[in-house]
Design a protein around this ligand. Structure first.
Ligand SMILES: CC(C)(COP(=O)(O)OP(=O)(O)OC[C@H]1O[C@@H](n2cnc3c(N)ncnc32)[C@H](O)[C@@H]1OP(=O)(O)O)[C@@H](O)C(=O)NCCC(=O)NCCS
Length: 437
C-alpha cells in the first residue's frame, strides 16, 4: 500500500465510529425543517447531505478541510518557482484532511504518472464523435466508456465486505484522475487543432503536464494549477457534486459517477456559465469594436441582457451571498499579471457595474460574481480561445473533489439516496391544513 492509502485507511477506521454513533445514539434528532418554497424551489438550503471534504459558508466562501482557499494556496507544497501549489497536494488534502509534505506530494505525482496511460479504445470513442459535438459530451462519454476498467465493479461481482468498498474506489479514482488531462487535451486537439495531439510527459506534475499537452508555455502550468484547485470542490449540494453522490449511492463505479456529474456540470446555470460569460463578453467586445466601453455603455449592455429575459452569466449563486473568493483569487492573479489586457478590463468593469444593477432589478438574492465570471477571461488571455472547452477544464478540477467525496461516502457506508416525492395536491392540502391550525 502507498503511504497515502495507508494514511487514508487509518483515517477511515478512526472516523467510522463517529458516523455509527450518530446513527445509533442520535438518529432521531431533528436537524432541519422544510418549507413548500424549498421543496418546489430546488431543495435550496435543506441540510440533508453530509461531507467533511469541504464546507461552504454563504458569507465567507468555501473551505477545503477547514482551510480557506488563500490558506490552501499558501500552505500546500509548490514546485520550485511556482506561484500555485501542486494539484496533487490538493487531492491529498481533500482525501486525508492533512497538509502533505513535499515528499508525500512527490509520491502522489509519481503514482498518478504511472496511471496516466489511456486505453486505446478511449481515443477511438472520442474520434467517433462528430467534430461539432460539444466537448463536454465527448468528455463525459470518454469517461463513461472506461467503466469496463472498474476494479470496484469486478471486486463487487466477486463478493466484497462492505468495509472494503472504499479500497477499489480509491484505486479507480486515482486511475481515472490520472487520465483526465490526457482525455481533455485529446478532445481539444481533435476539435480545435486538426487532431495535432501532444503526448503526455511522465516527468511533470498534473498542472504542468496539462499545460504541456495543451502546448502552452509558462505560466500556463501555474494557471492550470490555480484553475484545477479552485474548482476542486464546493461542498455536496451543487448539481455536479450532488449528482456524483447520488449516482454513487447505488454503488455505481467511479466512471459512471464522474460521467454523470460532468453531465450536470454541462448545464448553463452551473459549470457551462464560464463559457456563457466569454460568449457574452466577446459579443460586447465585438459591438464595441474591441475598445473598452464607457461605464454607461456597459450598463446599457447589462440592462439589455436582463430585459431580453436572460441572466447575466457569472453573477449570482444559490448559496453564496458575497463575492465568491474563487473570483477574488483569480481577479488578484489577473490584475497582477495581465491587468492591462482589454478583456480583464471588461471583467473588472463588470465587477463594479453588474451588482448594483442586479440589486436595482431586485430579483437575484446574490448580485455578486461567482467563479465563472473570471475563469474564461484568464484562459482566453493565455491562448485557450475556444470557450466551448472551458467547462471541460472546470470538470477536471471538480472530479478531484468528487472522487474524494465518493471514496469517503463508500468508506462510511452512506446509504442509497432515496428522498420521498409528493404530489401538488398533497402540498395544497398541507398548505390548507397549516392555515387552519
Ligand atoms: C447561479 C444561479 C443559477 C442561482 O440560482 P438561484 O439560487 O435560483 O438564484 P436566486 O434565488 O437569486 O434567483 C432569484 C431570481 O433572480 C434571478 N437571477 C439570479 N441570478 C441572476 C443573474 N445573474 N442575472 C439575472 N437574474 C438573476 C433568477 O433567475 C431568479 O429569477 P426568477 O425569479 O425570475 O426565476 C443564478 O444566480 C444564475 O442563473 N446565475 C447566472 C448563471 C451562473 O453564473 N451560474 C454559475 C453559478 S456558480
Amino acid at each position: 500500500m502507498s503511504n497515502l492509502k495507508d494514511k487514508l485507511y487509518e483515517k477511515i477506521e478512526n472516523w467510522r465510529p463517529r458516523t455509527q454513533r450518530l446513527l445509533d445514539e442520535h438518529g432521531d434528532v431533528v436537524v432541519d425543517q422544510v418549507t413548500i418554497s424549498q421543496i418546489v424551489g430546488g431543495m435550496r438550503d435543506i441540510q440533508c447531505l453530509v461531507t467533511d471534504i469541504s464546507n461552504l459558508d454563504p458569507a465567507e466562501g468555501i473551505r477545503y478541510r477547514g482551510f480557506t482557499l488563500p490558506e490552501v494556496f499558501e500552505k500546500l507544497p509548490k514546485a520550485p518557482g511556482a506561484e500555485f501549489p501542486y494539484v496533487e497536494g490538493c487531492l491529498y488534502l481533500l482525501l486525508t484532511g492533512d497538509l502533505p509534505t513535499q515528499t508525500e506530494v512527490q509520491e502522489l505525482i509519481d503514482e498518478l504518472s504511472k496511471r496516466r496511460i489511456l486505453p486505446r479504445y478511449v481515443y477511438d470513442v472520442i474520434d467517433a464523435f462528430p467534430s461539432n459535438s460539444h466537448p463536454m459530451a465527448m468528455f463525459s462519454s470518454a469517461i463513461l466508456t472506461m467503466s469496463r476498467e472498474s476494479l470496484f465493479a469486478k471486486k463487487y461481482e466477486q463478493g466484497m465486505r462492505k468495509q472494503d468498498y472504499w479500497n477499489p474506489m480509491y484505486e479507480d479514482s486515482l486511475n481515472l484522475l490520472a487520465k483526465l488531462p490526457e482525455i481533455a487535451t485529446y478532445i481539444y486537439a481533435k476539435i480545435y487543432r486538426n487532431g495535432k495531439f501532444i503526448e503526455s510527459n511522465p516527468f511533470l506534475d498534473f498542472g504542468a503536464n496539462f499545460a504541456f499537452m495543451m502546448g502552452i508555455a509558462k505560466p500556463y502550468d501555474d494557471v492550470s494549477r490555480m484553475h484545477f484547485i479552485l474548482h476542486a470542490d464546493h461542498e455536496s449540494g451543487n448539481v455536479s457534486a450532488h449528482t456524483g453522490h447520488l449516482v454513487g449511492s447505488s454503488l455505481s463505479d467511479i466512471y459512471l459517477c464522474i460521467s454523470a456529474m460532468i453531465n450536470g456540470l454541462a448545464g448553463p446555470l452551473h459549470g457551462l456559465a464560464n463559457q456563457e460569460v466569454l460568449k457574452w463578453l466577446l459579443d460586447v467586445m465585438e459591438k464595441m469594436g474591441g475598445r473598452v466601453p464607457s461605464e454607461e455603455e456597459m450598463k446599457k449592455f447589462v440592462w439589455d441582457t436582463l430585459k431580453s429575459g436572460q441572466v447575466i452569466p457569472g453573477f449570482g449563486h444559490a448559496v453564496l451571498r458575497k463575492t465568491d473568493p474563487r473570483y477574488l483569487l483569480q481577479h488578484q492573479f489577473a490584475l497582477k499579471h495581465i491587468g492591462d489586457e482589454t478583456i480583464i478590463k471588461y471583467v473588472d468593469m463588470l465587477y463594479r457595474i453588474v451588482p448594483p444593477i442586479l440589486l436595482e432589478q431586485g430579483k437575484a438574492k446574490n448580485p455578486w460574481p461567482n467563479v465563472d465570471a473570471h475563469s474564461g477571461a484568464i484562459q482566453w488571455y493565455y491562448g485557450v480561445r475556444e470557450y466551448d472547452f472551458y467547462t471541460v477544464l472546470f470538470g477536471i478540477g471538480r472530479s478531484i473533489g468528487i472522487c474524494a467525496n465518493i471514496i469517503w461516502d463508500r468508506a462510511l457506508g452512506y446509504s442509497l439516496e432515496r428522498p420521498k416525492s409528493i404530489t401538488t395536491e398533497m402540498l395544497e392540502n398541507i398548505a390548507v391544513r397549516s392555515k387552519k391550525i
